[in-house]
Design a protein around this ligand. Structure first.
Ligand code: FCB
Length: 458
């Protein structure tokens, strides 16, 4: 089962989850520093202060990537390293770190894929303007993007403006489970719009400063949605969840509109629609060079409080909906259902209903209760089988005409899994946090072999 010539096999990480060195070389605080240092927010009070200490172990980690034979590395830039207060000139030491990273990748023939925003908003922007609830932040983001682009566009071929605006808006401003810990549906809707506007303004700014051959896109987390039964209440709940999780992002970015059925649902409950100004949607729907897709699971949805069996997830309570575990599906250590077929379904839907721009799977992977065995090895069979089945699903999408150009496993390293702290391990490389030793898991050798072969057997 081989993948197209030049398929970009890679691995992904994000700044706050791996770098550590939270106060070094002029880095300012981000909303995640504040949030994780506030008791009760993160499992066991874990923070990203040290994380994988990647900031100090850059060379070792680059060598690790070279050993695995990955062709691409998706990382994010910490905005507060570049602009400690989210505005003003670039901090040279902050830029230097990413220059060294990018140079180190190129020396090893690994393509850099850079994400500008993976959730670490400078705290000052939250304090002064209310973060993404304000248009001011979209404008600041475009300035920050220009600074990074000027410094690195010569050596970075792939640029991603935002990682998962749904999570930033709804986990951060709607549900309060992520930084900045706000709990307001109106704020989550405003944040959605200003994130998308920030993407648009950054895209415009980067495009206007040239950079031939640079490709710029955005990464969304998307999940196909299925109703738990044919009961009308469940079907309606599933439609609302699809509206919120998928169409609220795909519609403005591609056709250039917000899903009216979803906005009506909010209006009926007295919640203001997003603060759209004239011309915003034209900018937001400006063509991207590619779409990044993060896929973890499908959502099986029923109306809240109904039906048999326990609810599996409460992410959509504000929609009168909850997720359930589909019969027969296994779960990962996060409790997320394993449904590889959802990836094929999602990729085909994007092509049929939205766009034919090239797609990269910019994240896919699973948490496993990994441990180092007495031989010093980490035998993560569940992860191998998860990755194998999802790569097969990606291949099936290619066979159905999807222009899929690459796949980044989440994650290169075990790391700070946001509200779950260090309790959830997603890496293909184990990190012993006490000693910072890296131990490639069995899945790492398996993945290296897939890359070497350019596909899967059978
Ligand atoms: C995604 C995030 C990533 C990681 C994985 C498990 O939502 O983009 O940082 O936490 O989930």
């Amino acid at each position: 089962m081989s993948f197209p010539e030049g398929f970009l096999w890679g691995a992904a990480t994000a700044a706050y989850q791996i770098e550590g060195a939270a106060t070094e070389d002029g880095r300012g605080p981000s909303i995640w520093d504040t949030f994780s240092h506030t008791p009760g927010n993160v499992y066991r009070g874990d923070t990203g202060d040290i994380a994988c200490d990647h900031y100090h172990r850059l060379e070792e980690d680059l060598d690790l990537m070279a050993d695995l034979g990955i062709k691409a590395y998706r990382f994010s830039v910490a905005w507060p390293r570049i602009q400690p207060e989210g505005m003003g000139p670039a901090n040279p030491k902050g830029l230097d770190f990413y220059r060294r990273l990018v140079a180190g990748l190129r020396e090893r023939s690994i393509e850099p894929m850079l994400t500008l925003y993976h959730w670490d908003l400078p705290q000052t922007l939250q304090d002064r303007y209310g973060g993404w609830t304000s248009r001011e932040t979209s404008e600041r983001f475009a300035e920050y993007a220009s600074l990074v682009y000027e410094a690195l566009s010569g050596s970075v071929p792939y640029w991603i403006t935002l990682n998962e605006p749904w999570v930033s808006a709804w986990m951060g401003y709607g549900l309060g489970r992520h930084a900045p810990g706000r709990k307001s549906t109106a704020e989550a809707l405003a944040a959605t719009h200003h994130l998308l506007l920030g993407h648009a303004l950054a895209l415009e700014a980067m495009r206007s400063s040239g950079g031939e051959g640079r490709r710029i896109g955005i990464t969304l987390n998307l999940s196909p949605v299925r109703a738990a039964s044919q009961h009308p209440a469940d079907l309606e709940a599933a439609r609302r969840v699809d509206g919120n999780a998928n169409r609220l992002y795909l519609d403005p970015l591609f056709p250039g509109s917000y899903p009216e059925d979803l906005l009506d649902f909010y209006r009926e409950r007295g919640i203001e629609p997003p603060p759209v100004r004239e011309g915003d949607l034209d900018k937001i729907s400006a063509p991207v060079d590619f779409l990044g897709v993060n896929y973890y699971m499908r959502h099986t949805v029923r109306a809240s409080g109904g039906g048999a069996g326990p609810a599996a997830g409460t992410r959509f309570g504000y929609l009168g909906a909850e997720t359930v575990l589909p019969e027969g599906a296994g779960t990962t250590a996060m409790g997320w259902p394993v449904e590889p077929g959802g990836l094929t379904e999602l990729l085909v839907r994007i092509k049929e209903e939205y766009t034919e721009v090239p797609i990269f799977v910019t994240e896919n992977g699973c948490a496993v209760h990994d441990y180092v065995d007495p031989e010093g090895e980490v035998n993560d069979r569940e992860r191998i089988s998860f990755l194998d089945s999802h790569l097969r699903a990606a291949h099936a999408a290619i066979e159905r005409g999807v222009d899929l150009r690459g796949y980044m496993v989440w994650s290169l390293l075990d790391n700070f899994e946001w509200a779950e702290g260090y309790s959830k391990r997603f890496g293909i490389v184990y990190v012993d946090y006490g000693t910072q030793r890296r131990i490639p898991k069995d899945s790492a050798s398996w993945y290296a072999e897939v890359i070497r072969r350019g596909g899967l057997e059978g």
